[in-house]
Design a protein around this ligand. Structure first.
Ligand code: MG
Ligand code: MG
Length: 256
């Protein structure tokens, strides 16, 4: 069942979302060659818990060991933070963050360049972020969940990039993952109607090569099957009469 949120509940989710947005701004300058993904995880855990009542929503979720997911290069999602995994110039790293505050969850992800990245990787990041923006713009009353995926498809068409179709966005609320699923490949006018009070994590994931994925033997890390790079951007968004409201909005400083 899709749980609709009252305006007050949407505000409560936005308060947690603001912690994520602030975290993404604060972590950005720390993303440099030599830092480990565990260092970033510890920073995230400390930062989130420094806000009264807030905790990292992914810690322990389904048994995950980290406070955030750190996925490098060909890793699409669910990378486990590790002390011996250090960033190298030219890498990209996706940090996926969930916060629980006063019983409400919010969820966002951002893919950052590490030092200088090549042109193809820059293209991947730009198109993926743009696909998120287009998908958010499509999250309006009178539309449907299929319109969100259709917006991703329209943006990605002709770019040479692939949409990872086996991973989807989702409702967010008391739980990190609620109904409905929000596929990144959609057809306009299909799927559940968008209604006031729906709160959705919208999260396009693209790759430079195949759309096929596999899970590594650690049972968490999802990688592209052909080893090409993948990017992931995500916002938690509320459907409101005034249009889509991004509850994890990142100030422009984090966008570089
Ligand atoms: Mg996420
Ligand atoms: Mg999510």
């Amino acid at each position: 069942m899709i749980q609709l949120k009252t305006p007050e509940e949407v505000d409560a989710i936005a308060r947690g979302g603001a912690i994520i947005a602030d975290f993404l701004v604060e972590v950005h300058p720390r993303i440099e060659p030599g830092i480990s993904t565990l260092d970033l995880d510890r920073f995230a855990d400390d930062f989130i818990r420094s806000h009264a009542g807030a905790s990292p929503a992914f810690k322990g979720l389904y048994g995950f060991s980290g406070s955030v997911c750190t996925s490098l290069n060909e890793e699409v999602v669910h990378g486990i933070p590790k002390a011996d995994r250090t960033l190298v110039d030219g890498d990209i790293i996706s940090i996926d963050v969930g916060v629980k505050l006063d019983g409400w969850c919010s969820d966002s992800a951002w893919t950052f360049p590490v030092g200088e990245i090549d042109e193809d990787t820059q293209h991947l990041l730009e198109v993926t972020k743009d696909a998120l923006d287009q998908a958010v713009s499509a999250t309006v009353l009178e539309s449907s969940v299929g319109d969100i995926g259709a917006a991703v498809v329209a943006r990605v068409k002709g770019t040479g990039l692939s949409i990872i179709k086996d991973l989807v966005g989702h409702g967010v609320g008391r739980e990190v993952h609620e109904e409905p699923q929000v596929p990144n490949i959609g057809q306009s006018g299909t799927g559940p109607a968008l209604r006031e009070g729906m709160v959705l994590a919208i999260e396009p994931m693209l790759s430079c090569g195949t759309a096929e994925i596999q899970t590594l033997s650690d049972r968490w890390t999802v990688v592209t099957r052909d080893g090409t790079r993948s990017a992931h951007f995500e916002h938690t968004v509320a459907v409101t009469p005034a249009g889509p409201r991004i509850l994890t909005a990142v100030p422009a400083e984090a966008a570089a």
